[in-house]
Design a protein around this ligand. Structure first.
Ligand SMILES: [Mn+2]
Length: 197
């Protein structure tokens, strides 16, 4: 089952559930402004619909040549495995990811470069997770500095998404944040907030 979702702006995400116990999430930011950014984001969404694999490394490698006809995009793909309780991820460009719990929150971003432009180097990494851990993905319309202290309070994903948009908006550019609460046995809860520049 594929759940495409894309905002009118250049920021968007796709969530794809597959093989019974895996959930792949891609957050992306079409480069440039206005129509160009929207076209790049839509192209990436369409590529996801036709991707032969949602493994982060393979999805990005598949998308890269197809994105050459667009302005390009920044993208982070995370694949949550509910059986193994691990997450694998790979990113290109400036999409930020936080994961962990109240005691320890880690920050990661993608490799430098632009999806669809010149050469890219894709490196896939992974991390273990536990029930109730939080995964946050956001585009660069939101500042990552100061993010961590917002995450120390006991907030639901929807509250977190709202608070992050209120406190971290850069004041320019589109912005999107996706907050997920991850669980092995029940549906991953996903909340999102967007701001259109
Ligand atoms: Mn942006």
């Amino acid at each position: 089952m594929k759940h495409p979702f894309l905002h009118q702006g250049g920021d968007g995400y796709v969530i794809h559930e597959h093989s019974g116990h895996q959930l792949s999430i891609a957050v992306f930011d079409g480069l440039g402004h206005g129509e160009r950014a929207v076209c790049a984001a839509e192209a990436f969404r369409d590529i996801c619909m036709n991707a032969p694999s949602y493994e982060p490394h393979r999805l990005l490698a598949f998308a890269h040549p197809h994105m050459r006809r667009t302005a390009g995009a920044a993208c982070m793909v995370v694949n949550l495995d509910r059986k193994k309780r691990t997450a694998s991820y790979a990113g290109i460009g400036n999409i930020s990811m936080f994961f962990g719990n109240q005691d320890q929150m880690k920050w990661r971003t993608g490799n430098s470069g632009i999806l669809g432009y010149r050469q890219i180097h894709i490196r896939e990494m992974s991390f273990p997770w536990e029930d109730g851990d939080v995964l946050i993905l956001h585009t660069d319309g939101l500042r990552k500095e100061g993010m961590k202290h917002l995450l120390h309070h006991n907030r639901s994903p929807s509250e977190l998404a709202k608070v992050i948009c209120e406190h971290q908006y850069s004041g320019q550019d589109d912005a999107l944040v996706l907050v997920c609460s991850v669980h092995a046995q029940r549906a991953v809860k996903v909340e999102e907030e967007t701001i259109r520049a």
